[in-house]
Design a protein around this ligand. Structure first.
Ligand code: FES
Length: 108
């Protein structure tokens, strides 16, 4: 069963469009581009770099360390066909009160 975590009101989301949220040992990066939100583990599957300064494109996010690119919203790596890997993605959305809600499978 998924846990629903209230992050903040939409109006309180940082103006730079990036927010880190920790759930015990899990560090999640939430990005906002235009009116869309994306949430994924702040750890690149390549060598584990933080994705904090990653680059958002209209349909993907690119790790700024070595340029690996991941599809949004499913997290699939787009530039490594022989070694499939993916970014750990989490559902994130606004509820009827304009609160940003993050869903994760379980909280350790
Ligand atoms: S650590 Fe992200 S591409 Fe290498």
């Amino acid at each position: 069963m998924n846990s629903k975590i209230r992050i903040c009101y939409k109006k309180d989301f940082p103006k730079n469009g990036r927010l880190i949220h920790k759930v015990n040992d899990l560090v999640i990066l939430i990005l906002k581009k235009r009116s869309k939100f994306f949430a994924f583990e702040n750890k690149c599957p390549h060598v584990g770099a933080p994705m904090t300064n990653s680059i958002l494109t209209p349909n993907s996010v690119i790790c700024d360390w070595h340029g690996w690119e991941f599809s949004l919203p499913n997290g699939e790596c787009l530039n490594l066909e022989e070694e499939p890997c993916s970014l750990n993605i989490f559902p994130v959305y606004l509820n009827e009160k304009d609160e940003l809600i993050l869903e994760i499978e379980k909280v350790k």
